[in-house]
Ligand binder design. Structure first.
Ligand code: BJW
Ligand code: ZN
Length: 265
């Protein structure tokens, strides 16, 4: 039953090898070994702010300079990071699935783009991407990976430097189409996930025969509801986490850069 709390490797492999549709949810833990801090760990602070307090529309509207400085830092971190063994294990496993005519779907809460850069193909970035911007005026979404994203933000993302955040809106990143103020194309707290993306995820959750949950604290909805939804269908769930919490069928405790290659290889 779904109460086994130790890693039952043979049991897991039996399910893995026979599953024709596999879905995976990843979170910040999958990028931890690439040097990108998780949200709810000790590194979840930026200057004097809790990083999560900056990830809201309210914070952006109150001080777009402050929030853009935070994202200037997030972007340079993400773009300079490299995919790690966990990202690569998921790519290798997806390629194996493609060869064997099995369906593999990766849903990530991460905005760092590392799954795509690693080579994952069927991947949904459900919380958006640091690699994209969205116009607050005309709503155009497009890719922009410039660092700095604009001259005024050059060197302004330093988490140690508690400078005043007073860059005027006219000097912050502007839309290439209408010159409106840009924002990161990230799903902030209180904002809804893309309908089209979410319904594709739900389809994968409804069809999968095995669900892997990797490196997420699974407290942010709707992603936090994915594993319970799959378990309610009686489908096995495996958790990969340094600090596993959920009562699922299979648990791989440890850094996923080690456990994923072992489990999927
Ligand atoms: C390792 C490891 C290693 C470390 N190997 N493991 C229902 C109930 C209650 C509340 C709500 C609800 N529905 C909606 C809400 C509100 C809210 C919410 O869920 N709040 C909760 C906190 C309670 N949700 C929303 O607002 C969502 N919107 C929504 O539902 O819209 C509808 C709506 C609108 C209006 C009102 C009501 C509903 C949107 C959520 C978007 C979240 N976006 C963020 C911000 C990104 C900003 C940015 O990046 O700049 O996305 S929040 C932040 O958390 C980020 C992450 O994707 C997300 C998840 O975090 P994650 O990935 O799990 O990271 P951590 O740090 O928490 O965990 C890391 C884990 O890794 C740990 O477990 C470690 O142990 C582990 N680990 N090293 C393996 N090497
Ligand atoms: Zn625009």
């Amino acid at each position: 039953g779904p109460s086994l709390k130790i890693s039952d490797f043979a049991g897991f492999r039996k399910v893995l090898d026979s599953a024709t549709k596999i879905a995976v949810l990843t979170g910040a833990g999958v990028s931890a070994e690439s040097g990108i801090g998780t949200f709810r760990g000790p590194a979840g602070m930026w200057r004097t702010h809790n990083a999560m307090d900056l990830a809201t529309l309210k914070a952006f509207e109150a001080n777009p300079s402050l929030v853009w400085e935070f994202y200037e830092w997030r972007r340079s971190m993400a773009f300079n990071a490299r995919p790690n063994k966990a990202h690569l294990a998921l790519v290798e496993f997806e390629n194996k699935c493609i060869k064997e005519n099995r369906v593999f779907t990766l849903m990530t809460q991460n905005v760092d783009g590392l799954h795509i850069r690693a080579g994952s193909k069927n991947v949904f970035e459900i919380h958006g991407s640091l690699r994209k911007v969205k116009c607050t005026k005309c709503k155009l979404v497009y890719e922009n990976t410039d660092v700095p994203i604009c001259e005024a933000l050059r060197g302004r993302g330093d988490p140690e430097k508690a400078t005043t955040s007073d860059i005027p809106i006219s000097d912050l990143p502007k839309c290439k189409n209408c010159s409106g103020l840009l924002r990161p194309d990230i799903v902030w707290f209180g904002e809804i996930l893309d309908d089209n993306v979410l319904s594709k995820c739900v389809k994968a959750l409804e069809a999968c025969e095995l669900f892997l949950v990797v490196g997420t604290s699974a407290i942010v909805y709707p992603a936090a509801g994915f594993a319970p939804f799959v378990q309610d269908r009686g489908v096995p769930v495996a958790e990969f986490n340094t600090d596993p919490i959920s009562a699922v069928n299979f648990v791989f405790r440890g850094p996923c850069g080690t456990t994923l290659p072992e489990a999927l290889g």
